[in-house]
Structures are given as C-alpha cells and as structure tokens.
Design a protein around this ligand. Structure first.
Ligand SMILES: Nc1nc2c(ncn2[C@@H]2O[C@H](COP(=O)(O)OP(=O)(O)OP(=O)(O)O)[C@@H](O)[C@H]2O)c(=O)[nH]1
Ligand SMILES: [Mg+2]
Length: 502
C-alpha cells in the first residue's frame, strides 16, 4: 500500500528506506520536491504534501534531527499513516538512540541501520489494525516475506532467497544493496546540502547576496570583498544539521555585517570632552568631506547636542572658500544662542563663531580658534572646512595640512548615506592625503564618520557598510533631517536588518 518510507537526517543523509512492492518509480523525485518546497523553506507546520499522484506525510524528529517520510498513492485513504509514522519514529529512535546521539558520526552509519524487521512488523500491525480484525494474526508470515522481498527489490540485490531473520550486522548483501540507495540519493544530498561546504555550493548564493548588497547601495567592490570573505570563512565548514547552504551563507554574511558596523573602538565624545576639560584644554573636532554632504549643517546639530549636554562650543569657520559658508555658520550660531540664551548660562553665550572671512589660510584660522578657545575656556572647538573633491590635490593637501598642524582630537569624515560606489574612492583618498602629509609616524587618519541624509534613503543603507568597512572606524553620528534634533547614533542591528531585508 505504501510506495515508500524514508528516514533521512536533516543533513540529507538517507539512513534507511523502504520501497513498496511493485513500485518502480524512484522516490527521489517526490522527496526532493518535499525538501525543496517545504522543509528547506521551513514551512513545516503542516505535515502532509502532495506531489503528482503521491501523498507524502512526514514527521520531523528535532531531537535527533531526522525526517521520516512516507509516500502513498493520493487516491488511497490510509488512515493508519499518522500513527504509523509515530510508531516507526519511536522504534527507530529507541533502537538507535546511541548512534543517533552522535550526530556528527551519522554519515559513517549510512549502512548501519538494519531496520527492515522492525519496520515490517510495524507496517503489518498498522495495516492489520486498519482493516478487518480477523486478518491480523493470519498475515504475519506472509507479510513478513513480502516485505523482505520488497526491501530486496528496491535494493536491487541478486536473485531470490531468504526471508530468514538476518543476523544483524553481518548481512553483507543487504548492506551492499543499501549502498545502492546512496547513489540514488545523490541528488537529494545535493539539495539538502552536503555536509561540507565548498566554494561551488556557495557560489550561486553568494552571487545573489552580492547583487542584493549592491542593490542596497553597498559599494560593488566591498560587496565582492565581503562575499569573498564569507566564502573563505565557510569553505570546508561542516554545516549544521538541516541548515541550507543559503541560510548558512546568509547567517555568516549577517554576522560579518554586524561585526563591520560594531566599532572596535568606541567614540564617546561627551566623556572625552570632560576629560579634556579636566586638562583645561578644548576638545577639537574637525569635519571634512566632499562638497554639499552636510558638514556645516551637522556641525550645527552637534553643537546643539553638546550645548544640551552642558558644554560650550566655539565654531571655527575654516571654510574660507565657498561663498556664504561663514554666514551660514553665523546663522546657526545665532539660532543656537537664541535656543540657549546667555542669560540662562551665567551671561556667557554657549556658542560663539570664530571667523576671519574668506580667502585666508584655513589651517591658520583653526590654530587661532583653538588658542582662543583655550583662553576663553570653551569646552569644544568644531572646525568647519570647505567641501573638496577627493581628486583635487591642492585642496586635499590643504586639508591634510590643517589636520597635521592642529592635531584635532577627532577627525570626522562627513559622508552622505546616498553615496554608492563613490564612498570607497572618497574615503581611500581622504585617508591617503592625511597619511601622505602627516608629520608623524602614526598619521592622523579619519577617526569616525558622520553619515548624513539617512532620512532620504529608505532601506538602501549600504553606505554605512562601505564607509565603516573602508575605514574600520565607527559611524559616530547619523544625520536624519535638517533640524537640530535630527541627529542619531547608529543602530547596527537595524541597519543590518534593513540590509538583509528582501
Ligand atoms: N534630509 C537631510 N538633509 C540634510 C542632512 N544634512 C544636511 N542636509 C542638507 O544638505 C544640504 C547641504 O548641507 P551643508 O551642511 O551646507 O553641506 P556642506 O557639506 O557643509 O556643504 P559645503 O560646505 O558646500 O561643502 C543642506 O540643504 C542641508 O540642509 C540630513 O541629515 N538630512
Ligand atoms: Mg559647509
């Protein structure tokens, strides 16, 4: 009545199987279909499945990570099947619990399970119980023979003989026969994922992941490097049971992404400012980046945040290049002071602008501003610089000089979340310029990132990855709009979730 019964590990190794008398069709097809459309997709709530003319019922054994599947013709109504699977599962577990306990060793035990006798008995009982009672005692021998034959026919051993009890492990023919099944299940193994991951297994999935990351605005080079490193990390790895190649790769990638976003070094500006204050010097932050990314606006937001935290701020107007840059900062200074009027702060303005107009040397103005802040006991100096393209050598040199001369406590690179492949080029060249013009053995490079316009990108959050990957530095602030309160810290988990989301 049954077409087949198969017991396989969640890793895809067929431990034991049975094929019904007269059934010529391989059950690899329906079982593969079951795996593909139900088990791999973890839609295992329902325990039945149909494939062409077959009904499949299956049961997962989560303790030993096994799958029990039975197949029979759809037109049959086999009322005993559910209980039968339960019985087979119980007996199989009971009989082989020691072997099953050593999960890693399962693959060496493929030919080990001499389960025919138990299975036949259970099947007899199940079928007997489901039809007219009187037949039950009569059928025993008959049935046992039949099922022996069945087993043999499916393992395509030589002709004929013996329905006799097998004396355990010594039955070589049966063993050999079952090896034949191994071959038949080649495809099945392929689907569930062989136990050891290879480059080829992962290639198609990694390719997809890479495209996915690029679609989320991760720079293409970085998406490639990330996928390569995931492949390297996973190659040769023995996969967890019942994990698919896709889910293993996805998980590894997710872990890498979280790791990239999680800073090795914490930037705690408030603590550092306090420390600097204790040493009676201002804490100096320089903002740099290409044109129009939001340096001045986010500098103003950071001023607001510092003021709210009880610090005083001197803004150094070192963009002496773009028309309107100084006035833009003056406007912010006025607004900030009106939000925190001097009357509330012992008559002192909480924020002041240090400016020398246009055309002058920015490095010199920064130096004067820092000296002024020290004298006037400002807690923090925020140095605004002119936007510059990373290929503009003279301007890059000027920036590098400003940083080399003034040794700020923090160099923040301001970059738009909208940026794609450009992110890599910008950061590499900014860092390169800083390194080239440093006078120190340990050049001051970018220490942190301000990721702006995060409110404009939906879930295309890839720039966060590109920037942290290239610099190895944390995203210290995220700009999420144009008002002073639109400043956040990065939530790495949320970014990774957005990245992984289809
Ligand atoms: N939506 C949104 N807009 C922002 C954000 N940050 C800055 N902007 C806008 O981006 C534009 C450019 O901002 P600026 O602060 O002048 O940029 P900048 O980098 O100083 O520009 P340059 O000094 O010319 O290089 C302005 O219109 C800002 O309001 C943000 O987080 N979200
Ligand atoms: Mg500006």
């Amino acid at each position: 009545m049954l077409d087949f019964f198969a017991i396989f590990s969640k890793g895809g190794i067929v431990l034991w199987c049975f094929q019904g008398a007269g059934v010529s069709e391989s059950f690899a097809g329906p079982v593969n279909a079951l795996i593909r459309s139900v088990i791999l997709q973890e839609r295992t709530g329902n325990s039945s499945f149909t494939h062409n003319a077959l009904s499949l019922k299956y049961k997962l054994d989560n303790e030993f990570e096994l799958v029990f599947v039975v197949g029979f013709q759809k037109i049959l109504t086999l009322t005993y099947v559910d209980k039968f699977i339960d019985d087979v599962q119980l007996h199989f577990r009971d009989r082989y619990k020691n072997e099953l306990g050593q999960k890693g060793a399962l693959k060496f035990l493929v030919n080990h399970f001499e389960f025919e006798d138990d299975f036949s008995r259970l099947l007899r009982e199940a079928e007997g119980g489901s039809i007219a009672r009187p037949q039950k005692p009569m059928r025993t021998y008959n049935e046992s023979q039949k099922s022996q034959k069945t087993v043999k026919s499916m393992i395509e051993t030589k002709g004929g003989d013996k329905g006799k009890e097998q004396t355990g492990k010594k039955n070589k023919q049966a063993k050999k026969g079952r090896k034949g099944f191994g071959g038949m299940f080649g495809m099945l193994k392929g689907l569930v994922g062989s136990k050891t991951l290879t480059q080829q297994d992962m290639e198609p999935i990694l390719e997809k992941m890479k495209d996915h990351l690029i679609a989320k605005n991760v720079a293409a080079d970085i998406a490639s490097q990330l996928c390569d490193s995931v492949a390297k990390k996973l190659e040769g790895k023995v996969m967890g049971t019942f994990t698919t190649v896709a889910s293993t790769v996805k998980q590894a990638l997710q872990e890498s992404l979280v790791q990239i976003l999680q800073p090795k070094r914490r930037v705690d500006i408030l603590r550092d400012v306090l420390e600097a204050r204790a040493q009676r010097k201002p804490f100096v932050i320089t903002f740099c980046g290409v044109n129009g990314v939001g340096k001045s606006t986010n500098l103003a937001k950071i001023s607001y945040w510092l003021i709210e935290n009880g610090f005083t701020v001197l803004i150094a107007a070192c963009d002496t290049f773009r028309a309107g840059a100084v006035e833009q900062l003056r406007t912010h200074q006025r607004r900030l002071n009106s939000l925190h009027p001097p009357e509330q702060h012992g008559g002192h303005p909480v924020v002041q602008l240090f400016e020398k107009g246009y055309g002058k040397d920015a490095a010199g103005i920064a130096m004067e501003a820092i000296a002024y802040a020290r004298n006037q006991c400002f807690d923090v100096v925020l140095v605004d610089t002119a936007g510059r393209m990373q290929d503009n050598a003279p301007l890059m040199t000027a920036l590098a000089k400003l940083i080399a001369v003034n040794t700020p406590d923090l160099v923040l690179f301001v970059g738009e979340a909208l940026v794609g492949n450009e992110a890599v080029d910008q950061l590499v060249k900014f860092n390169q310029a800083l390194a080239d013009h440093s006078m120190s053995d340990h050049p001051r490079l970018i220490d942190g990132i301000v990721l702006t316009k995060f409110d404009t990108i939906d879930d295309k959050v890839g720039a966060a990855i590109s920037m942290t990957y290239i610099t190895g530095q944390p995203i210290v602030f995220v700009g999420t709009g144009q008002t002073y309160s639109d400043l956040r810290s990065l939530n790495a988990r949320a970014v990774v979730n957005a990245l992984m989301k289809a």
